[in-house]
Design a protein around this ligand. Structure first.
Ligand code: NAD
Length: 363
């Protein structure tokens, strides 16, 4: 049995579907669904916001533009949404912003804002993780519960599992033993979700497994490898390169997240893994093959918090969200490499400011 929240039974909830407007006359107008997306300026949140707007949702995006990486990167993530009449941006810290007026009347809250990153979660910077993950999440749940009780779809992480005894990790049987303070905050968010579920809030925690694709955060391994392949700095490989990740293309993550707003039987948590497990050495080879360039790699010791392997059992997401990953690793890497290349051409430089980057294995 898990020692986590995954044993909580799935809850039957109202599907989030467009409803006839209360002012609908003959020919019935359909009301637009309203979403709040937290972390909308980030890597995954910006893709999700674009997908929701394309699907006809009205989106209020909240982001604090935290300093973990460059503000310019986040503004660029929002470029397409900036001209979109169905998208509104609110720049604010979820840990302080009065949330009830924004959440009231929403059909769903997609809560993706967080302080991400495993290694920076050790030491003094842990306070950022407490603020942006634990406190912000508790405030989102409180606001949802106090208002119209929109469904909350929350980004959790494979980091809640830590180093598992057996793979693939299954929600109902794999114990939760995070190896990093970041993983602990994500597990705490899942525990909070369970508390609010018992109070009547429909919440699901999606455990994302190493997400990659265009706009990937500048501290993540595939981004750094693509940059190295385009003439950027050498790649610092932490460990022997045989550590592996279950890589998940961002469009697949977005699809699972959007689906979670619409199903009637809502599991407490679900793994969202691409099923494309590869070692870092394999990824380096693939990127060398795709780019035609040999990568400069500097090998360094493995760092605390990094797990040896991640691999998701996605049966639950397949069954209950009707989801399956579509993008294979080579196609996804090609798309990310193209994006890194065109970004470098556009900006005349590669990568983020060095201070913002903690290189190594993706989480
Ligand atoms: P990201 O850093 O690109 O995006 C997160 C956004 O949240 C940022 O734009 C940041 O400014 C914002 N934010 C942080 N704290 C905030 C606060 N207090 N108030 C308002 N906004 C705040 O990260 P991402 O990679 O897009 O990750 C999105 C979510 O998915 C996070 O919850 C992360 O923990 C989770 N996740 C990501 C991965 C991955 O591989 N990228 C894997 C597992 C889980």
């Amino acid at each position: 049995m898990s020692d986590g929240t995954a044993d909580a039974p799935a809850t039957t909830v109202e599907p989030v579907e467009p409803r006839p407007s209360s002012v609908a006359g003959a020919g019935q107008e359909i009301t637009t669904l309203r979403a709040v997306v937290t972390g909308c300026a980030g890597f995954i949140g910006s893709h999700l916001s674009e997908r929701l707007v394309a699907d006809g949702w009205q989106v209020v995006g909240i982001d604090a533009f935290t300093s973990y990486y460059e503000r310019a990167d986040k503004e660029a993530n929002l470029a397409q949404l900036a001209t979109e009449p169905r998208f509104r941006l609110i720049e604010a810290d979820l840990a302080r912003l009065p949330l009830e007026p924004l959440v009231a009347g929403a059909d769903a809250v997609f809560h993706l804002a967080a302080q991400a990153g495993v290694r920076a979660s050790f030491g003094e910077t842990f306070t950022d993780y407490v603020n942006d993950n634990v406190l912000a999440t508790q405030r989102v749940f409180e606001a949802a519960l106090a208002t119209s009780r929109p469904r909350v779809v929350m980004a959790s992480s494979s980091s809640v599992y830590g180093d598992a005894a057996t793979y693939p990790c299954r929600e109902s049987t794999t114990p939760l033993r995070p190896r990093s303070p970041y993983g602990v905050t994500k597990r705490t968010c899942e525990d909070l979700a369970e508390v609010y579920r018992t109070l009547g809030l429909a919440v699901i925690g999606l455990r994302y497994f190493t997400v990659y694709g265009p706009r990937q955060r500048p501290d993540m391994a595939i981004r750094l490898l693509c940059e190295a392949a385009c003439g950027g700095p050498e790649f610092r490989l932490l460990g022997d390169g045989r550590q592996s990740r279950d890589f998940t293309y961002v469009d697949d993550v977005v699809d699972a997240t959007a689906r979670a707003a619409r199903v009637t039987l809502l599991p407490a948590v679900a793994n969202v893994g691409g099923g494309r497990e590869a070692t870092m050495n394999q990824v380096i080879e693939l990127i060398e093959g795709l780019s035609g360039n040999r990568l400069a790699v500097r090998r360094e010791a493995v760092q605390r918090g990094d797990v040896r392997r991640t691999a998701a059992d996605t049966e639950l997401a397949r069954r209950q969200l009707g989801w399956r990953p579509e993008v294979d690793l080579v196609s996804g890497l090609r798309r990310q490499l193209d994006w890194v290349r065109s970004r470098a051409e556009r900006l005349g430089r590669i990568g983020a400011t060095p201070s913002a980057v903690v290189a190594g294995v993706a989480r």
